[in-house]
Design a protein around this ligand. Structure first.
Ligand SMILES: Nc1ncnc2c1ncn2[C@@H]1O[C@H](COP(=O)(O)OP(=O)(O)OP(=O)(O)O)[C@@H](O)[C@H]1O
Ligand SMILES: [Mg+2]
Length: 396
């Protein structure tokens, strides 16, 4: 913590009343515009209160549409009502993205010791089954972002959890699977697919008006009065509405804008703060995407970066990129990939919005693809320079 922050804590923030209420993990008291989903989930799970196993639920919707928030919200209340007869365990399959880790999390919840590695999956399942049956409960297992697990390790865990009731006498298990990526269902066994989808719940994207409404309520909890104007709320909501109605993005922008306002010692959050916040978020996204690219993708991007920076070529063609790329791999001392692969890489970069590629006609010389960076040069630079191999060949 900096001196500034230490002192400011005593001064109290002019902006925030409760900053933590804008953080991603906080589940707000009410979730406007999700009444339908809350009600349907509650209706599906309510049989647990009279002791029968609720249907498994499959929840789908784009990112930031409230799937995690709604699920936690309903389950918390259900567990309270159940007075100990209903329990739930929440497992995030992005953080725990192997079958073993998901089962280990479940084991931890059940109080079963599962070593960090080493046991066969079947043995882990056996121990969990025994522990489950000692429970005498209804247990709802939430597998959030479940696509991460299935794409990596297949559907073993889902298969196990949707079948385990056949081996249990005292406990009943229901599964809630949540995803923002439907493609993974291709990897599911037909039986798993149908048991997981006993009940299906779709979360549509929020529109701008709904986002405004949500932001207004969240802002009221987090900020002092008069700090965030309606114009600011509207602006943030409009940006997020264009990004598939992503409420997480909306809250992110609002939080970042308010942090900037606080840093600048402003007494309110302005539209200019929102613009700054948005640029910062976009920049971070670009830099992060570049940082995690495989080496050859970085080398192709580095070639485009250098050609752009040198500025000699008016249009950057695939031919020029390939030559530059070869130069770079020689410097690094590795083998180049095929030109076919370069074409694929250019398509990937185009899809990610890092570059813009278009095909132009060269008259009787045929056609070629020309490329330009789709994001600011300095963001590309920052991403690339974080790689020591790349920075050695492009730096200085
Ligand atoms: N109706 C709402 N009212 C208030 N806050 C909401 C609402 N819907 C979503 N949020 C907030 O927006 C953020 C994103 O929501 P959530 O994490 O539930 O999205 P998600 O659908 O699970 O997205 P992902 O697929 O990326 O996991 C959270 O901070 C959540 O509290
Ligand atoms: Mg989520």
């Amino acid at each position: 913590m900096s001196l500034e922050e230490i002192f400011d804590q005593y001064l109290g923030s002019r902006i925030y009343k409760a900053r933590e209420k804008l953080l991603p993990d906080y589940v707000p008291e009410d979730l406007p515009h999700r009444d339908e989903q809350i009600k349907r989930l509650a209706l599906t799970l309510a049989p647990a209160l009279s002791g029968s196993r609720p249907s498994n639920v499959f929840i789908y919707g784009l990112t930031g549409t409230g799937k995690t928030a709604v699920t936690k919200y309903v389950l918390r209340r259900l567990a309270e009502k159940g007075g100990g007869r209903i329990e739930y365990v929440y497992i995030n399959c992005r953080q725990n993205n192997t079958s073993y880790r998901v089962l280990a999390e479940l084991g931890k919840f059940l109080g079963v010791k599962i070593p960090f590695t080493g046991l066969a999956l079947g043995e882990v399942m056996k121990r969990i089954t025994q522990a489950l049956d000692r429970k005498h409960r209804i247990l709802i297992v939430v597998l959030d972002e479940v696509d991460n697990l299935v794409k990596r390790n297949g559907d073993d865990v889902l298969y196990y959890l949707t079948r385990v009731n056949e081996q249990l006498t005292n406990t009943r298990v229901s599964v809630i699977g949540i995803t923002n990526d439907l493609k993974f269902t291709e990897f599911l066994d037909a039986r798993v697919k149908s048991s997981l989808g006993e009940e299906e719940l779709v979360f549509p994207p929020y529109n701008a008006i709904q986002l405004e409404d949500i932001l207004r309520r969240r802002a009221k909890e987090a900020f002092h009065e008069g700090v965030v104007s309606d114009a600011v709320i509207k602006k943030v909501a409009a940006i997020a509405a264009r990004q598939n109605g992503d409420c997480r993005l909306a809250l992110d922008i609002l939080l970042k804008a308010a942090d900037i306002a606080e840093r600048e010692r402003a007494s309110e959050v302005t539209e200019a703060h929102v613009d700054k916040a948005r640029n910062e978020i976009e920049k971070n996204l670009t830099v992060d995407v570049i940082k995690t690219m495989p080496l050859h993708v970085k080398l192709v991007l580095a070639s485009i970066y250098l050609l752009t920076k040198e500025g000699g070529a008016k249009t950057i063609t695939t031919g020029l990129i390939y030559d530059k790329y070869k130069e770079l791999v020689t410097k690094v001392g590795i083998e180049p990939v095929t030109s076919r692969r370069i074409t694929d890489i250019l398509n990937e970069l185009d899809m990610a919005g890092i570059i813009n590629a278009r095909v132009i006609s060269l008259g009787r010389y045929g056609r070629t693809k020309v490329v330009a960076l789709g994001v600011p040069l300095k963001n590309v630079e920052e991403g690339l320079l974080s790689d020591i191999v790349i920075s050695a060949v492009i730096g200085g």
